[in-house]
Design a protein. Structure first.
Length: 757
């Protein structure tokens, strides 16, 4: 009667294919050289109708105009067209979950003629049904040009004058024809929009270099200045109600009120910088470097300029005479340390600091404006002070090496948007928000165990540890100058509460809290006599309370009706009662763990035998947690028209009392909330990823020289090949935190051919 349908067959291109072609040519003589390349890339996306296409041209050249004057020129052009998702979609979360959970009995094909059917509706149904109804054009053209003149005043004195120009424009057009919204309704709004944007960046710099060596002393000096200017402008217009599908012109949309909209923008910013660096060494044993920058940023009002110094020193102790007897063991040894200050102004909006106005509702038929953001002329540069100390060692003629680094980074005046009271009419304001510290260690290892005429084997590995801590926050009168957060029971007694989450001095941000699931009630004998699970808000709804045996039995029928609650039953989650008051409420959340890895790194190896080479790369992270947001949404049947995953077989039933998950019911967010955010769906994010495996072979020259080919390499590469992780239900463990359905990293196989003439 029914024929199973797998929606992925209609909504995904699996496998999806990519093509990448590059042609380049180079040459030169004693006066100059050139390099040109042409590139073409076409990549299919996993969602049906998604793609990315790119054309690129690159031309570089240098020419010695005079013995003392050399010109360096670079030009690059790239055109890109793309569609990231089917036009009927507004979010990756819906596409990679809801669209796959339609009932398997859905019919996407008319059996009598093979034509496609829509299914449930245009957003959750068959995305291959009517792609011609949605016109989309996304295109960017980007030009990058660089011209540098190097003037050699003497062998050790030169001046570089450079100009960099970046021009980018984007055009985006969309038009919806009449399309079927669901099996019984046609959408005739004919929405249309067009957008054009242009950005022009200019960077000019002058850099003076001088170096000299007197006996065992070496000195180099660099002085420079840079001017950066960027200007962006664009226009956007939209309308609806066009009379026909045949024309997508915005001018043909309806002129009725609220049918059209238009907007434009103009933004500009400038940075002026002065900088210098001095390097000194004696016998290449004792090293010293001094740097200084002075930057001014146009969007900052009263604190426009920032000064950022730095110093580093090193001691190559392997060059000392007392190390001569260890030369066979220690090939190179260096102690190093550095201290410096860096500035950051990225992310400041065009109108954040001087304030802005936005359009509001009409008054007496006239346009009105209201305050959109309040000015903050006193915003300062965000500054990061970094201290490092390290040890670099190489052994056995540099075949083995180890590098150790300890760092301490203190970011002060950190940018943050602070929420304002609703009465202000403004949601928030960008401000400098205290000090944050990142402290950690980095260790790098490399080895060449085998190296001879036929075999070469190289191994590399690194591991890093980092911890982030809030050092100080602006005074606000609250304990630890807390910003945001919520209260939970400490567990010391029934009433003791502590603040967690948000930002607090001395605490680590990004800690995940959730209800702790201590199991599933298997049968009536496990249900407590006295227990109340209070209402809890999640998934945009509020659950109903649940009551233990005695609590429920002691309630009158009217009290039961008024409470809107249920008795605790087999198949419900056994929640941890942190303070032991026999009440489960929002204060019973427990600390799960940090959402950012403390430990991370990778390792790789290359094995070469004659012309054949194998490369493998792994990366890993551990000591962090992720929470799956989408699986409980599905198992909780929170939008009840969708199908289940096979995990529903692991839910509680009388025949499966030792189930992993609670009972499967309709709309859990309106019921007992067994599928709320909890440790039941929290996993250690620790993972080991096989990130890349590549096998390449260079054909012998005697086979290819007859075809006037100098070199021919064949390769096959696999990327994102798999994980070892406990977080198997999330899209990708690298992202950490609470994860919804999203675009996963694609498993990719690349075939390569590289020919050199």
């Amino acid at each position: 009667i029914f024929k199973n349908t797998y929606p992925g067959d209609f909504n995904f291109k699996d496998p999806s294919y990519s093509q990448d072609y590059n042609w380049n040519m180079s040459g030169g003589n004693d006066k100059g050289s050139y390099y040109t390349s042409l590139g073409y890339n076409y990549s299919q996306g996993l969602p049906v109708s998604s793609y990315y296409k790119r054309y690129s041209i690159t031309a570089n050249g240098d020419y010695k105009i005079k013995p003392w004057l050399t010109s360096f020129s670079n030009f690059n052009f790239t055109r890109a067209n793309w569609q990231s998702m089917p036009p009927s979609q507004t979010s990756e979360a819906n596409y990679f979950s809801r669209i796959l959970t339609v009932p398997p009995t859905v019919r996407y094909v008319n059996e009598h003629d093979g034509s496609y059917r829509l299914g449930n509706n245009y957003s959750d149904g068959n995305q291959a049904y009517q792609p011609d109804k949605f016109f989309r054009l996304n295109q960017t053209d980007k030009f990058t040009m660089n011209q540098t003149l190097k003037i050699d005043f003497a062998k050790n004195i030169n001046l570089k004058l450079s100009g960099n120009w970046y021009y980018s424009e984007g055009f985006y057009e969309a038009f919806n024809k009449d399309f079927r919204e669901n099996p019984t309704k046609i959408n005739t709004t004919r929405n249309s929009s067009g957008e054009f944007g242009r950005t022009i960046d200019q960077t000019y710099n002058a850099i003076f270099n001088y170096d000299t060596q007197i006996n065992d002393h070496y000195l180099s000096v660099m002085l420079g200045s840079e001017y950066y200017d960027t200007y962006s402008y664009g226009i956007y217009a939209a309308g609806s109600g066009a009379p026909t599908d045949d024309f997508r012109d915005l001018g043909l949309t309806s002129s009725e009120e609220n049918k059209r909209s238009i907007d434009s923008y103009h933004t500009k910013q400038r940075i002026l910088s002065f900088f210098g660096r001095t390097n000194y060494n004696w016998q290449e044993k004792y090293l010293l470097s001094l740097v200084l920058r002075h930057d001014g940023y146009s969007r900052l009002v009263n604190n426009r300029w920032g000064t950022f110094p730095g110093i580093s020193a090193g001691w190559v102790f392997s060059k000392e005479s007392f190390m001569r007897e260890f030369d066979d063991i220690i090939s190179f040894g260096k102690l190093r340390t550095s201290y410096g200050l860096n500035g950051n102004v990225s992310g400041i909006g065009a109108y954040e600091l001087q304030g802005s106005y936005v359009a509001s509702t009409k008054y007496n038929g006239l346009a009105t404006f209201v305050l959109g953001s309040v000015p903050n002329p006193d915003l300062r540069w965000e500054k990061t002070r970094t201290f490092e100390v390290g040890l670099d060692l190489s052994y056995l003629n540099n075949r083995y090496s180890t590098n150790f680094t300890f760092y301490d980074r203190l970011t002060s005046d950190k940018f943050a948007t602070l929420s304002l009271p609703c009465s202000s009419g403004i949601s928030g304001i960008r401000t400098n928000n205290g000090e944050f510290r990142n402290r950690g260690v980095e260790i790098e290892l490399s080895a060449i165990p085998i190296q001879n005429s036929n075999w070469y084997w190289n191994i590399g590995a690194n591991i890093s540890y980092n911890k982030n801590t809030v050092v100080s926050l602006p005074y606000n009168g609250l304990p630890l100058n807390r910003q945001g957060g919520f209260q939970v029971y400490s567990g010391k007694d029934e009433t003791d509460l502590i603040w967690v989450g948000g930002y607090q001095e001395g605490k680590e941000p990004g800690v995940l809290y959730a209800f702790k699931a201590e199991g599933i009630y298997k049968d009536e004998s496990e249900i407590p006599d006295d227990m109340i699970v209070k209402r809890h808000s999640f998934q945009g709804a509020t659950t109903r309370p649940s009551y233990g045996k005695n609590n429920w039995a002691n309630m009158s029928e009217q009290e039961k009706i008024n409470s809107g609650g249920f008795p605790i039953q087999p198949g419900d989650v056994k929640w941890k009662d942190v303070n032991g008051d026999n009440i489960i409420d929002d204060f019973d959340l427990v600390k799960v763990g940090n959402t950012t890895p403390h430990w991370f790194g990778g390792f790789n190896t290359t094995v070469t035998w004659k012309k054949l080479s194998l490369y493998c790369a792994f990366d890993y992270a551990f000591d962090f947690w992720v929470m799956d947001y989408r699986l409980p949404w599905i198992l909780g049947n929170m939008q009840g028209t969708y199908n289940m995953t096979t995990d529903v077989r692991k839910t509680w039933t009388p025949e499966n009392p030792k189930a992993k998950y609670p009972a499967y019911v309709w709309a859990d967010q309106l019921g007992k909330g067994n599928y709320r955010n909890s440790t039941l769906f929290s996993y250690r994010g620790d993972y080991l990823s096989l990130r890349q495996v590549s096998l390449s072979y260079s054909l012998p020259r005697e086979l290819i020289n007859k075809a006037f080919i100098e070199k021919l390499d064949l390769s096959i590469t696999g990327q994102n090949l798999g994980y070892i992780t406990a977080a198997k239900t999330v899209a990708t463990p690298e992202r950490g935190g609470i994860q919804d359905a999203t675009y996963t990293l694609p498993r990719t196989v690349i075939f390569g051919l590289n020919i050199t003439f």
